[in-house]
Design a protein around this ligand. Sequence first.
Ligand code: EPU
Length: 471
Amino acid sequence: MIIVGETNQVRENVNDLSERGNAQSHGANVGLIGDKITIRGGRPLVGRIEVKGAKNLVTKAMVAALLGETPSILRDVPNISDVRIVRGLLEAHGVKVTEGDEPGSLQLDPVDVESAHYADIDAHAGSSRIPILFCGPLLHRLGEAFIPELGGCRIGDRPIDYHLEVLRKFGAVVEKQPDGIRMSAPNGLKGTKVELPYPSVGATEQVLLTAVRAEGITELKNAAIEPEIMDLINILQKMGAIITVDTDRVIRIEGVESLQGYQHRALFDRNEAASWAAAALATDGDIFVGGAKQAEMLTFLNVFRKVGGAFDIHDDGIRFYHPGGDLKPVIIETDVHPGFMTDWQQPLVIALTHAHGVSIVHETVYEQRFGFVDALVEMGATIQIHRECLGGHPCRFGQRNFNHSAVIAGPTKLVGADIEVPDLRGGFSHLIAALTAEGTSTVSNVGIISRGYENFITKLRLLGADFDLEG
Ligand code: EPU
């Protein structure tokens, strides 16, 4: 039996690699320390940090390696716990994962892919949603798969109905069982026509990773076209896939009989870059984010400038800074690409608490992504959450009783408090809040942040933050 999966939320420990050594290792237990930070706010963050490959590409690229008949090499892999979870799952299925040809690269050899035992999977499980993407590749390689309950950030219901529907359309037999979902493909997987109800990133990746080796042609309508998806398409093309991206969110995939390994340098993490940019603005700071690029951040940069932030674009990164003067309020609606990413709003909200006037953030991708706001209100922010669609356009959450619009009145001064990180991006925004607050804050559950931010403790130290680790 093949098992793909993870347990529910697992608290990750912070991995402060520069302090504990082993900086290039992507093993499962790297440099564990406590889960609490005491931050003395009020210091601007100033300096240079580097961002590596995008969490939301690297983890999928690692799964894609399962489809090759020869080893793949992935470069710029960040040392984050989501990568370690996927590595563990791949190893549980017989993929040999070793350090690659340069620091921060991984070699993934799928030649001996095999069924995994539940215990092996469970031992490597964590709070990531990537295991659902193992289905297509494992059905191609081994003919069956099993998915225990999924985890991930609690920012909404996060159903997997699109994924299961897509897999059924390819010919997978999906059977819900008390301990998870069992899948098989008795007649192989065949190309199909799919139209997604919403341009879901994960469901688009599910189609891509399944269609590339399915028999015949697959047409996907209403596909997500995020840069991370385009980079996954680049990887699949390197492996031998035939994929056409048409206008109007249509992707066509011509299935091929076999794929080879790839060599690829991952797209930079634009969510991490935007988070540090937001930290620079909120702390009156000046941060050079090495590795950040303009094209994938165009929409963010416009909003950053409208709020009153400044940036200089260089060949090797982007400098983000507070140029002085008052910050200005904005109205933001999060959206699928090329819109303003949902992952960017949480860190930016802290800067909006300093803006002179009323800002609105209308969250249209996840129905519950304002869980992090309670702590900010406790720290002195004036933020109200509403059920109505306040950004200007009605969204699919409008009539469904979800608190998905935030009204932020500023400027307010934040004061230190004891706060607990609720989710990955909300957690980073709590760190920023504590860094800008007057007095001392204790932020607990910070391990969650290491799911998506490589060496964030070391980076905070490099940028001059004043804090102690506890735990
Ligand atoms: N949806 C369904 N059914 C499905 C799949 C999705 O209703 O079967 C809904 C979701 O509930 C949500 C919307 O569709 O309301 C969009 O979800 P999507 O599938 O696009 O998101 P995802 O693939 O689960 C990825 C990133 C998220 C990022 C979103 C949007 C990964 C591992 N996660 O999630 O990243 O916010 O796309 O760009 O790639 C993060 O990095 O902190 C993070 C949450």
